[in-house]
Design a protein around this ligand. Structure first.
Ligand SMILES: Cc1cc2nc3c(=O)[nH]c(=O)nc-3n(C[C@H](O)[C@H](O)[C@H](O)COP(=O)(O)OP(=O)(O)OC[C@H]3O[C@@H](n4cnc5c(N)ncnc54)[C@H](O)[C@@H]3O)c2cc1C
Length: 541
């Protein structure tokens, strides 16, 4: 089979390549630039997105280069705290910290190194895609390589070529505006001595000069502020203006790495697919950075696309499976872009009156536990109902379209992350079933005949509680860890429970139980960490 051609070696394209290679596909990544983009853009990654990095096999390395995200502080013009919404630094329901700060070039370096080491991935830089034609067997991609044009055959093409996407243009798609564009100054700073700052995101709710500040990683810090109509970067970086923006930090005591203007846009492409050519990441949508989700949306895109594309290319599913890609991803992307727009408006609009109102409202709402939970919860909206998301009945409504939690579990006597256990049974299958046998004892089985059952010891009871709270006895899980269907407690699982009882009574679970008991006195290390699906598959007996 011809390779899948990924256009763009940014974070989304490289992640797509790793996920495709995990599924045994040959991948050619092309990027028009000889070197990766050296300057930082994204600084925040949430725990759901970390699961995508885990599937790509790079999460532990990215985590080692990240800083825990303490939460969000809303400040007034004089930098007095109006409200604070904390995020706990320890791993949450997804098995990773709720939020982390990263330096985008570090993340891209980790992804590029993994792609260079992965069998089946070729990354070619200095090659620009300029044309595409499709026929019944695939796609011909025209590339400009060292001044000459040549054609490359592809089984499919992923346009991960960023905001100014050529692939988007070539498939005749265009961006729709979801909100007004905003010009912001982005200022990246390094400090030789650590700045004494709270390790979270600070939002200065000043309608005249809204700004944000974040300690990123190591000695890196980021300030952003909105630019007024007609203002230039030089206007907003005069010594006085810089001193006001960075206060109480002395601008003379730090190194300004760059000060640049960005136009933050809220846009979504009108169509994300033409035949075997698909868009992902900034090529498909652009988000203002208020909730730090632009890149995260792109990583979710490719995680939810790659298993579908692999199934279609293997002849296991028809092309119509690819129709569900935009149908699922666009509403989710729109929802998060909408939150970013709303948050931006709430925090920064309304003039003087808005500032006064904000102070009063925030003083009250920050004390309401439900609001604090909402502000600190990193969970994003569930996917809407569709052919791959069956939201019927109570169990379906509560669970379908959400991510299955990722606690630590014990399998075959060894502690591991739940996704690693899932990859063990999936092994290329289109989905798996997780069924509750007894409290804290579950089984996992890939969809399809003659697939072995795996006993799963839910040592901390997370999965048991999660199923019980939704009145479910089992769930069907897609390869991207999203619940396809919740199976209610009252019906349909007798056969599964019979089979499960047989399996859980065997040596595997007995051994798991022994290890689980041992954990109370000794510590048991994980059998594998964020090894990625390919590595998990290789590690199977
Ligand atoms: C100031 C700022 C702050 C941000 N903060 C956050 C944040 O905190 N969290 C977050 O999740 N996101 C954030 N984002 C958004 C995030 O940076 C982007 O969403 C992300 O970089 C998009 O990745 P991508 O791979 O889709 O595109 P890109 O990173 O733009 O990569 C596209 C690649 O395609 C290549 N290319 C383009 N055209 C062609 C062609 N014709 N042929 C071959 N190659 C081509 C380019 O050279 C490039 O390498 C922020 C963005 C900005 C600007």
């Amino acid at each position: 089979m011809d390779p899948v051609v990924v256009v763009g070696a940014g974070p989304v394209g490289l992640t797509a390549a790793l996920l495709l290679a995990c599924r045994g596909l040959e991948v050619l990544v092309v990027d028009k630039h000889v070197e990766p983009y050296p300057l930082p853009r994204a600084v925040h990654v949430d725990d759901e997105v970390f699961r995508v990095l885990q599937a790509a096999g790079v999460a532990d390395e990215v985590l080692a280069r990240s800083r825990p995200f303490a939460g969000l502080r809303l400040l007034d013009r004089a930098h007095r705290v109006l409200a604070e919404f904390r995020r706990r630094p320890e791993a949450g329901i997804n098995g990773w910290p709720h939020g982390s700060f990263v330096h985008q070039p570090d993340l891209e370096a980790v992804l590029a190194a993994a792609a260079a080491a992965a069998p089946g991935i070729t990354v070619t830089r200095g090659v620009e895609v300029t044309g595409l034609t499709q026929d019944d067997d695939g796609v011909s991609v025209v590339v400009r390589d060292g001044g000459a044009e040549r054609s490359v055959r592809a089984a499919a093409v992923l346009g991960c070529d960023g905001a100014g996407s050529t692939v988007r243009e070539l498939i005749g798609a265009s961006m729709r505006e979801l909100g007004p564009a905003d010009r912001w100054l982005v200022l990246d700073v390094r400090s030789p001595t650590p700045l004494p700052v709270w390790p979270g995101a600070h939002q200065i709710c000043d309608s005249r000069r809204p700004a944000t500040f974040m300690p990123v990683t190591g000695d890196r810090y980021r300030w952003e502020c909105r630019m007024a109509l007609g203002e230039t970067v030089a206007d907003v970086t005069t010594p006085d203006r810089l001193a006001a923006l960075l206060a109480p930090v002395d601008p003379a005591a730090v190194e300004i790495v760059r000060a640049v203007e960005y136009t933050f846009r809220a846009q979504v492409a009108d169509h994300w697919r033409a035949g075997r050519v698909l868009l992902a990441g900034d090529a498909a949508h652009l988000s203002p950075p208020f909730v730090g989700q632009g890149m995260g949306l792109g990583l979710r895109d490719v995680h939810q696309l790659v298993w579908k594309l692999a199934a279609v290319l293997a002849g296991e599913a028809g092309d119509d499976l690819l129709d569900s890609y935009q149908a699922e991803r666009e509403p989710h992307a729109r929802a998060l872009i909408g939150v970013a727009l709303l948050l931006g408006r709430l925090m920064t609009r309304g003039g003087r009156a808005g500032d006064v109102l904000r102070r009063g409202v925030l003083a009250v709402v920050r004390r309401i536990p439900a609001v604090a939970r909402l502000a600190t919860d990193s969970r994003t909206p569930p996917l809407a109902r569709g052919p791959q998301v069956e939201r019927r009945g109570r169990a379906g409504r509560r669970l379908a379209g959400t991510l299955v939690p990722q606690p630590d579990v014990v399998v075959d006597g060894r502690r591991c992350r739940f996704d690693d256990a899932l990859d063990r049974v999936l092994d290329g299958a289109a989905g798996a079933e997780l069924a509750l046998v007894r409290p804290r004892e579950l089984t996992l089985r890939a969809a399809g005949p003659d697939r072995p059952l795996l006993g799963v010891q839910d040592v901390d009871g997370v999965l048991t509680r999660w199923l019980r709270d939704a009145s479910a006895s089992a769930v069907r899980i897609r390869p991207d860890r999203i619940v396809r269907a919740g199976i209610p407690r009252r019906r349909g699982t007798d056969w599964m429970i019979r089979n499960c009882r047989r399996v859980v009574s065997d040596a595997a679970l007995a051994q798991a139980g022994a290890v689980s008991r041992d954990r109370r006195t000794t510590s048991t290390s994980r059998s594998s960490t964020s090894a990625g699906c390919g590595a998990i598959r290789h590690s199977q007996p």
